[in-house]
Design a protein around this ligand. Structure first.
Ligand code: GUN
Length: 296
């Protein structure tokens, strides 16, 4: 068997086009332009690339982008004052503070100072609690993108065995909550799980989010399973820099029914879902109906 390739690049372009359509309607019918504020502290090169790509795509879908680039030695007090201003600014519907923050800043404190209604990352403790109790929340972008791809490929997920490998707050835990919300039987596994290959082989849906290059080989995959690879690992092979996932693509693709590639799988979905979340936050702020198919 050779797996169907789930094309995240194409899917993300479709999501962005849907968002752009809603934004155009919001503008013409209600005179509203959604605004996304992105805060970057310091000069981490990878973060700078992400932030500039977020800004570009925000403008491309017709939203306003507000970039706040702060020096690496910015004090917590100044950062919290900026977030307070953004919380109060009616033109700003979404706020994202790029992580990781420099070590002298308390990330939990900073994230929890964002108005939960504007927390388009879904990292605020209120949104984590709302998601965990099945209430309306802002949902973290990467797991939301994975859920959209799974629903698109499989239709109903009800009753399927899902194994999430990885227990991070950003991906593993919210991913498990979303799959549970869609009536999967969910296992959260991780690097310490006993007989990890055996546990993974039970999965109709296998989500790899461990951050270890090519750890999940074909031996971990149940024949016909849908494999979602969240990993983005930069490695060097044959003297060349290469981007690989947490899944060893070639061996897994021989066993799986469908698989996301790296690059071009989950990655592009993250920013598309950030824009979808900003649109959702804007609609909620104005008591307008939420866009269908762009939320959990
Ligand atoms: N750094 C890496 N990924 C993310 C993300 O999804 N959100 C934020 N805020 N920072 C990140």
């Amino acid at each position: 068997m050779t797996a169907k390739v789930i094309d995240g690049k194409e899917f993300a372009a479709r999501v962005r086009a849907q968002v752009a359509e809603h934004v155009a309607r919001l503008k013409s019918e209600n005179g509203i332009v959604p605004g996304l504020a992105v805060v970057l502290v310091g000069e981490d090169p990878a973060s700078q690339v992400y932030v500039s790509s977020k800004g570009k795509m925000t403008v491309e879908v017709g939203m306003n982008s507000y970039e706040h680039k702060l020096a690496a030695d910015t004090s917590e007090k100044d950062l919290l004052a900026l977030i307070d201003r953004l919380n109060k600014d009616p033109k700003v519907n979404g706020i994202l503070v790029q992580l990781p923050l420099p070590g002298h800043l308390n990330s939990d404190l900073v994230i929890n100072s964002i108005d939960p209604a504007k927390d388009v990352d879904g990292f605020h403790i209120s949104n984590v609690g709302l998601l965990g109790t099945g209430q309306k929340s802002m949902v973290p972008c990467t797991p939301l993108g994975c859920l959209m791809m799974l629903r698109d490929h499989l239709g109903s997920l009800s009753g399927l065995n899902a194994v999430v490998v990885g227990r991070s707050n950003i991906v593993g835990k919210p991913m498990a909550q979303l799959l549970l919300g869609d009536s999967c039987t969910v296992t959260i596994a991780h690097s310490r799980t006993k007989d990890l290959p055996g546990v993974c082989r039970q999965a109709d849906i296998l989500v790899a989010a461990v951050g270890r290059p090519e750890m999940i080989t074909g031996d971990y995959v149940k024949p016909g399973a849908t494999v979602i690879d969240v990993g983005i690992n930069r490695i060097e092979r044959d003297g060349k820099a290469k981007l690989v996932g947490d899944v060893e693509y070639d061996s897994a693709a021989k066993v799986a029914g469908a698989i996301t590639p790296v690059p071009g799988g989950v990655g592009p979905m993250t920013i598309a879902c950030l824009l979808a979340n900003t649109l959702t936050a804007t609609c909620r702020a104005h008591n307008l109906p939420e866009p269908q198919g762009l939320t959990a």
